[in-house]
Design a protein around this ligand. Sequence first.
Ligand SMILES: N[C@H](CCC[C@H](N)C(=O)O)C(=O)O
Length: 285
Amino acid sequence: MKTDFVKGHGLGNDYIVMVEGASPKMTEANVRLLCDRNYGIGSDGILLLGQPTPPFGLRIFNPDGSEAEKSGNGLRIFSKFLYEYGYAKELSFPIDTKGGRVRSTVTVGADGRVTAVKVDMGRYSFNPSDVGILGRSNPMIEEVLRLEDGTEIRGSAVSVGNPHFVFFVEKIDEDFIHEKGRMIEHNKVFPKRINTQMVRVIGRNEIEIRIWERGAGYTLASGSSSCAAATIAVHLGRVQSPVRVHMPGGILMIEVDENHEIRMEGPVEEVMTGHLSPDLKKRLE
Ligand SMILES: N[C@H](CCC[C@H](N)C(=O)O)C(=O)O
C-alpha cells in the first residue's frame, strides 16, 4: 500500500484503515490523536490489518483508544479495502476479529470497485458472561436498568461479538440518547462498558434505531448495533427476520436465523487515501 492510510465510511460511520508494521503503534494516545477530528485525521475508529492473507487479521480501535471485538461498518470498510488493494483474491473471504471469525462477500460494480458487502457476523449470545455482566447466569431480557441519575430503562443485553444494551421506545428521542448514552455505557452492571441502541419498531420487518457506541459516543450508524437491535427485536417477537434497520446514516439489512447466526448487508464507500505529515508524526509515540 503506497499510502499511510485509507479512509472509508459505512453509512457515515467512518474508519481509518492502516497496515500493521506500516503504521504508528496502536497505543491509546496514538489512536486518540489519529481519530481526533481537529488535531488528527478524524474518524469513529481505526481498522488495523494484521495477517495479510486469509483468514485476514483485523484489530478494531475506538476513538477513545479502547479496542473493540467487532465492528459491522468497520468490517464492510475493511473488506472493500482488502479486495481493492489486492489482498483478497476472491469475492468471499474469512476475517478474524477479537470477537470471532466472520466471512465477507463483496459486491463489485462494473468499474471493479466494491459497492456493498455482506458479512456473516457469527452467532449472537444472551449469555451474561459474553456481554461482560458478572454474577448471574440468566440472560438480561427486558429488565430494568437503573442509571446513576435515577432514570430507569427496561432493556436487554446481547453480544454479537461486542456487547450491546437494547431498549424500545414508542417515539425516537435523540436528546435522551445524548443525555443517557454515556451513563448507560459506564453503568456498573457492564464492567466492560456497552454499546446502546434505542429502537422504534416501524413494521413487521422494519426498525429505526439511534446509537450510543462504547468508546465512540453517538454515531450515525453501527453495523453491530443493527445486528444487536434486530436480534432482540426478533427474539421478543416484535419483528420478523430479515430486518431493515434505519439509522440517521442510512439502512442496513440484517438476517437473524434459528441457529443464532446473524448476516448483515450494506453499502460502503472509500473517502480518501493519505499520508501522515511530519508535524503529526512528531506527536505520535
Ligand atoms: N464501539 C464498538 C465498536 C464499533 C461498532 C460500530 N461502529 C459498528 O459498525 O459495529 C464497541 O466498542 O464495541
